[in-house]
Design a protein around this ligand. Structure first.
Ligand code: NAD
Length: 401
């Protein structure tokens, strides 16, 4: 593995952005990136770039998020390597023309085909919580599709952003792929360019800015936003299983995961047993406590530390487990709070941190009603109960209407 010292974060000069984008567009129009052989070479080079810079990525994620080594391999490095393996195995099949199904007789006489054409030059804007995966994942898609592109990693994870720049610049075709580092001014400059697709991951306020800007030029967007995801634990659930899985889901990356549950609704009969199992699971997962463990991440920065702390401070609920915080280290212990109001600060916002509000409910129908009120299109839903209850929860919106 290459040993690197991670360079201090440096924003790309704004005046360099138009020519960088222009080069990617010119290369796309030359059709250089279209053949499968070109795409596979780029993907394989990226794979080895990730391998060669694994130590640097581990170090960067540690510096940016206190990310445990195991988690960096699981959800950043190996995740991306696995993506590349999957894509390279399937690309030839995916690139083939397909016959168009279910065509009316009149059109079928034209023998229509579905042809997979590369879109053009894409902009990928990454988020801080999985700084490698959320940046390289969409870039892998762009390369596979025969597109050229510019990656703008999140400046909130500055060390990972600098390592990504090094990997892309050293391993990929510089006439087709580039990294622009920076914050709002640089991203705004990028958005002033014409793209063929914009892939953004992050919060919905900024998602709205991106969508409005893209609408001016009718540019297609893919917006990977957040969600207030419910978990439901019914009286028929196995409280031990539910507790272990929900604790694991919330402790990964210290809860800075878009699909982790934001709040847990528990049927009243099973609430005491569930709380007991949460305590047992936490003791088993972190026998020496989370603070001393090398396997527990930190909140990305002081601003997010205070955002999460405020959610706890403003809550009218009762802390049942945890609650320790240390600003000097951006450490927040998993904090289980029993709340009794869906307008509580712990429920109305996405915590994107290690908070576990529990809300007692009378039955599954009440839980589904609340879930629809809080956020009817969450990113994930975690039901624990019988198969019938799970199926009922899985169709949140239709059941309630
Ligand atoms: P962030 O602060 O890293 O911002 C995301 C990107 O937006 C960054 O690259 C940043 O430079 C850019 N940005 C910020 N302000 C901007 C502006 N005014 N104009 C243009 N660009 C701007 O991350 P975040 O937004 O705090 O991310 C957390 C959110 O992302 C959470 O809601 C989380 O659920 C969501 N998320 C979703 C997914 C998913 O796959 N759906 C994955 C991860 C995170």
């Amino acid at each position: 593995m290459a040993s690197v010292k991670i360079a201090p974060f440096e924003a790309t000069p704004i005046e360099a952005i138009p020519s960088t984008v222009n080069l990617c567009q010119t290369t796309f129009r030359s059709q250089k990136t279209k053949p499968i052989s070109y795409r596979l070479v780029q993907l394989r080079k990226l794979y080895w770039g990730i391998v060669d810079y694994s130590d640097a990525l581990v170090e960067a994620c540690k510096l940016d998020l206190g990310k445990p080594v195991f988690e960096t391999f699981l959800s950043e490095i190996d995740w991306c390597k696995n993506d590349i393996m999957f894509v390279t195995k399937n690309l030839e099949k995916w690139m083939k023309d397909e016959s168009a199904p279910d065509i009316p007789l009149t059109n079928s006489l034209l023998n229509p085909r579905i042809r997979k054409e590369p879109l053009g030059t894409v902009l990928v804007i990454g988020a801080y919580n999985f700084p490698v995966q959320l940046s390289l994942g969409p870039l892998i898609g762009a390369i596979s599709a025969g597109c050229t592109g510019v990656l703008k990693p999140s400046e909130v994870s500055p060390n990972a952003a600098m390592v990504l720049k090094k990997i892309v610049e050293e391993y990929l075709d510089p006439s087709a792929y580039a990294v622009v580092n920076g914050a709002i001014p640089e991203t705004t400059a990028l958005l002033n360019e014409k793209w063929d697709k914009i892939f953004y991951t992050g919060n919905s306020q900024v998602g709205t800015i991106i969508a409005k800007k893209a609408a001016e030029t009718l540019t297609p967007v893919c917006l990977e936003l957040g969600g207030r995801n419910p978990a439901i634990v019914t009286k028929n659930a196995d409280p031990r299983l539910a507790a272990r899985r929900l604790v694991w889901g919330k402790l990964h990356n210290a809860g800075q995961v878009c699909i982790s549950q934001n709040y847990i609704m528990v049927e009243k009969e099973i609430l005491p047993a569930f709380i007991e199992q949460l305590k047992i699971a936490l003791k088993e997962f972190y026998p020496g406590g989370q603070k001393a463990s090398p396997d527990y991440a930190r909140i990305v920065n002081n601003r997010h530390f205070h955002r999460i702390k405020k959610m706890v401070d403003d809550s009218r609920g009762k802390i049942l487990i945890g609650g320790e915080m240390d600003e000097s280290d951006n450490f927040i212990e998993i904090t289980v709070v029993q709340v009794d109001d869906i307008n509580d600060s712990m429920i109305v916002d996405e915590s994107f941190g290690p908070l576990m509000p529990l809300l007692a409910v009378d039955n599954v129908d009440e839980a589904i009603r609340i879930a629809n009120t809080v956020h009817s299109t969450p990113l994930g839903l975690y039901p624990f109960g019988t198969t019938t209850e799970t199926n009922k929860s899985a169709f949140l919106t239709p059941i309630i209407k």
